[in-house]
Write a protein that binds this ligand. Structure first.
Ligand SMILES: [Zn+2]
Length: 489
C-alpha cells in the first residue's frame, strides 16, 4: 500500500532530529516531524519484533475456525492463553458455555485495583460464516498475497484481537509503569449475541472485568487515495430490533382467488413499510460527525452537510445526504430493512398466514413503540399485525467525548494519521460496547488499521483481507493510545 507510512521504517527521522536539535535555533529550517515519530520513540520501545509476532498470531487465529454458530471459541482461547503465559502473564480462562470460553488477563498498576480507572481491551474471537465458493482463497488458510493477509476475521475481529494482544504484551515487555490497571478480554458469541455473549460474561464475571474505560471494535480509519481521510471513533450505536409482519386470511383452493389472501396483504404491507422514511433526529455525536466530515468532503457534499441542521435548507440537505450514502442515511434516522419472507406450502393452495421479518435499527433514544405506531397507521390493514421479537437490543447511553481516554484517542490518532480529523461516530451496527456502556464503561470503538472502503466492505463478505502494512500501523497506533492513557510518563 502506498501512502501508509510505517513510521518505524523511518529511522532517518530520528537521526535527523538529533542532528537538528544540536544546531543553533536559527539553523533549524525544518521542524522535526510531529505526525510520524519513529517507532524507536514509542513509549513502549521498538515494536518491530512484536509486529512480527502479531502477524503470526493473526494468521494462527484465522486458521482456528471460530465460525459462529457454533463458535467453538475455546480453541482460540487456549491459543491466546498459551501466548500470554509464555510472556509471563497470568491469564485465566472463563467458561461461558460448552465449548466456549473467554480469556481475561490483567496488568496491575497497584496492589489494590480501582475498577473505575481500569482500561479494558475487548475483542471477540468468533467470526461470521463464509460462502466458500465465492472466495478466491481458502478463508481459513490465512494466505498472504500482494501485501494482504486474507481470511475470515482478517479485520473483523481477529486483527483487533491480535492488536489488543500485541498492545497488552508490549506493556508487559516494556515493564511499563501503569497509572491504571489494563485488562485484556477475548469474548465469544459477539456475532450472534446469544447465550455465550458478553452479556453472560458481565453477569457471571463482572469482578474480573470491571473497568471505567474500554477499547473495542466499531470505528474506522478511512483510507482514500493512499491517505487517511478521517478517523471515526465509535462512541454510540444504533439499536437492533426485529419485527415480524403477520398477515392472516382464509386458506383455500388457489383456483378461486380470495380477497383476504395473506400473501397479497403481506406484500402490500411490506411495500408500504419499505417506502417509509423516518424523520431525522440528530444526536450530539452525529452532529459533530457531519460537521467534521464536511471539512474533508468535496465542496458540494460539504455544503449540504453544513446545512443538515438548518431551518431553511435542512430538509433538502437531509434528502441529498441520505441519497448520497446509505450509511449516512442510517446515521440520521431509524431504518427498516425487510429481510425474510415465509408463506405457503403448495403452489395451488392459498395459505392461511404469511410472514415477513423487518430488521429495524433505532437511533438511541427512539422507541420501537413510536415507530410501530407510525407503521400501523401506514399499513392500515386489519389483516396485518406487527409483532416485536423478543431479541431486541438495549439502548445504551453514548460514551462521553469529554474524558481523558477520548482525548488520548483523538490526540494520538491525529498525530499518527497526519492530522486527519478524528470524529465521534454513531455506528449503524451493534457491538459489545452497548453492553459495556450499560454498565457505566466509557467504551470506544476503533479498528486502528487504515482501510479503504473496498477493504471495509469485505467484512462479513467475500475475500476479507487486511493490508499487512495497515495491520502493523494499527498496532503501533493502538499501543500509543494505550500508553498515552495508561502509562506514567
Ligand atoms: Zn466484529
Amino acid at each position: 500500500m502506498n501512502g501508509i507510512r510505517r513510521t518505524h521504517m523511518l529511522p532517518l527521522h530520528a537521526i535527523a532530529w538529533l542532528f537538528l536539535a544540536a544546531l543553533p535555533l536559527a539553523a533549524q529550517v525544518a521542524p522535526p516531524p510531529t505526525n510520524s515519530l519513529p517507532a524507536s520513540q514509542s513509549p513502549l520501545g521498538d515494536l518491530t519484533s512484536l509486529n512480527g509476532d502479531a502477524k503470526v498470531w493473526l494468521q494462527d487465529l484465522i486458521k482456528i475456525n471460530t465460525t459462529n454458530p457454533p463458535g467453538n471459541e475455546q480453541a482460540a482461547a487456549k491459543y491466546i492463553l498459551t501466548i500470554l503465559r509464555k510472556e509471563g502473564i497470568a491469564a485465566e480462562e472463563l467458561p461461558v458455555a460448552p465449548g466456549r470460553t473467554s480469556v481475561v488477563a490483567r496488568l496491575r498498576s497497584s496492589a489494590v485495583a480501582d475498577p473505575s480507572r481500569a482500561l479494558i481491551l475487548v475483542a471477540h474471537m468468533d467470526v461470521v460464516g463464509v460462502d466458500r465458493a465465492r472466495w478466491s482463497v481458502d478463508p481459513f488458510a490465512a494466505t498472504i498475497k500482494d501485501g494482504y493477509l486474507y481470511g475470515r476475521g482478517a479485520i473483523d475481529n481477529k486483527a483487533m484481537l491480535a492488536s489488543n494482544l500485541a498492545t497488552f504484551i508490549a506493556l508487559k515487555r516494556a515493564n511499563a509503569r501503569l497509572n491504571r490497571d489494563v485488562i485484556f478480554l477475548a469474548t465469544d458469541d459477539e456475532e450472534q449475541g446469544g447465550d455465550a455473549s458478553i452479556k453472560i460474561l458481565i453477569a457471571k464475571y463482572w469482578d474480573k472485568i470491571a473497568a471505567g474505560f474500554a477499547l473495542n471494535e466499531g470505528g474506522n480509519v478511512v483510507l482514500e487515495n493512499g491517505k487517511v481521510q478521517y478517523v471515526a471513533v465509535q462512541a454510540s450505536e444504533k439499536v437492533a430490533v426485529n419485527v415480524t409482519v403477520v398477515a392472516r386470511g382464509t386458506s383455500g383452493h388457489a383456483s378461486m382467488p380470495t380477497k383476504d389472501n395473506p400473501v397479497v396483504h403481506l406484500s402490500a404491507a411490506v411495500a408500504k413499510i419499505a417506502g417509509y422514511v423516518a424523520p431525522v433526529h440528530f444526536t450530539a455525536i452525529v452532529r459533530r460527525y457531519f460537521e467534521g466530515l464536511a471539512g474533508v468532503e468535496d465542496d458540494e457534499i460539504a455544503k449540504w452537510m453544513r446545512s443538515l441542521d438548518t431551518a431553511d435548507r435542512g430538509e433538502h440537505a437531509q434528502r441529498v445526504i441520505s441519497d448520497a450514502n446509505p450509511q449516512w442515511n442510517s446515521m440520521l434516522r431509524d431504518t427498516i430493512s425487510p429481510t425474510m419472507l415465509a408463506a405457503g406450502v403448495r403452489p395451488n393452495v392459498i395459505p392461511a398466514e404469511a410472514r415477513a421479518t423487518l430488521n429495524i435499527r433505532l437511533l438511541p433514544g427512539d422507541t420501537i413503540d413510536a415507530l410501530l405506531n407510525e407503521l400501523n397507521k401506514l399499513v392500515n390493514d386489519p389483516l396485518v399485525r406487527l409483532d416485536v421479537q423478543p431479541d431486541a437490543g438495549l439502548a445504551a447511553p453514548p460514551s462521553s467525548l469529554e474524558n481523558d481516554f477520548y482525548t488520548a484517542i483523538t490526540k494520538v490518532a491525529a498525530q499518527e494519521f497526519g492530522g486527519a480529523p478524528v470524529l465521534p461516530y454513531q455506528s449503524p451496527w451493534a457491538t459489545d460496547s452497548a453492553q459495556l456502556r450499560l454498565h457505566n464503561v466509557q467504551s470506544y470503538g476503533l479498528w486502528p488499521f487504515p482501510l479503504t472502503q473496498d477493504d471495509l466492505k469485505r467484512m462479513h463478505g467475500d475475500d476479507e483481507r487486511i493490508p499487512l502494512a495497515s495491520f502493523a500501523k494499527g498496532i503501533d497506533v493502538e499501543s500509543r493510545i494505550v500508553a498515552e492513557f495508561a502509562v506514567t510518563k
